[in-house]
Design a protein around this ligand. Structure first.
Ligand SMILES: [Zn+2]
Length: 287
């Protein structure tokens, strides 16, 4: 993925690249943290990525990219608000859902952007949206932006990939401790430590809290090699970077993303934990 024209952390770049490489680009993304302008520029960048006609996306130069930049691309739609508060009415959400099943006009994908969803979307709107998020059409990308993803309904968060622009959004201490234990378990000598730490993931809710943090620390470990500032846990990130090769860290990020997807798809938590534990172990121990 090309990143010219936007300023985002190395960790976020690594996360996006890993998603793109593994062809697991999500169909729904929440962009949270940072300021309004950075959220807006990242959503426009991802929309450009979705419609770009070049092989190195987004090129910023092709016909589709130029249209996307000037908000004139027919396959990129910005949800419209109404009245003083600019609330996105439920009718607008329904119209978007209806439109999303129609094939794109020019590009391979259709993109729908909901700016400031935390302030502009109401409960009815979210409810109307849920089923579509569960069973999206292949060629759709929904982007929601919010000051903090935590203010959105859990049912929505669990169906989207959350991209955090800044680390300012604080991670609860117990979540961080758990993520740290699992990460240390991955590089521990005895398998027991990893198995013990992973046991907490058998709660779906816990898994949805902890797995993204694990992925962020792994991305931090990766970005350390380019001298970037870690987003969340510098100490664990440094430790991981010392013990693991870059290729292994990338594999661990991929497997964690995969686990998040499986959790979102309601895979049995016990089966998921056993699988994930095995994958972590396999990657960390392979020659
Ligand atoms: Zn392009």
């Amino acid at each position: 993925m090309n990143f010219h024209g936007i300023t985002i952390s190395e960790a976020l770049k690594a996360e996006l690249e890993s998603m793109e490489k593994s062809r697991r680009m999500p169909h729904a993304i929440i962009i949270s943290g940072g300021d309004g302008q950075s959220r807006e520029s990242l959503s426009r960048h991802l929309a450009m990525w979705a419609v770009c006609e070049s092989s190195q996306k987004p090129c910023g130069e092709c016909r589709a990219c130029i249209k996307a930049q000037s908000k004139n691309h027919m396959d990129i739609y910005y949800a419209k608000g109404r009245g003083k508060t600019d609330i996105i009415p439920v009718d607008e959400v329904r119209n978007i859902i209806k439109d999303s099943v129609i094939v794109p006009g020019e590009a391979h994908k259709k993109v729908y952007i909901f700016y400031d969803a935390d302030k502009r979307m109401a409960k009815e709107g979210y409810n109307a949206f849920l089923k579509t998020l569960e069973e999206p059409t292949q060629d759709t990308l929904f982007i929601l932006t919010a000051e903090s993803a935590k203010t959105l309904p859990v049912t929505i968060i669990s169906r989207c990939a959350v991209l955090n622009i800044s680390a300012k959004e604080s991670i609860p201490e117990d979540t961080l401790v758990l993520a740290r234990e699992i990460l240390k378990g991955i590089i521990a000598l005895r398998e027991m430590e990893l198995m013990k730490a992973c046991a907490a993931l058998s709660s779906r809710q816990k898994a949805l809290e902890v797995l993204p943090v694990i992925r962020t620390v792994l991305s931090d470990a990766l970005s350390l090699s380019v001298g970037a500032e870690p987003l969340c846990d510098a100490e664990t990130a440094t430790l991981l970077r010392q013990k693991l090769t870059k290729a292994k860290i990338i594999s661990l990020i991929d497997v964690t993303s995969n686990a998040i997807n499986k959790t979102n798809r309601n895979v049995n938590p016990t089966i998921l934990t056993t699988w994930l534990c095995g994958e972590y172990r396999r990657i960390s121990w392979q020659k």
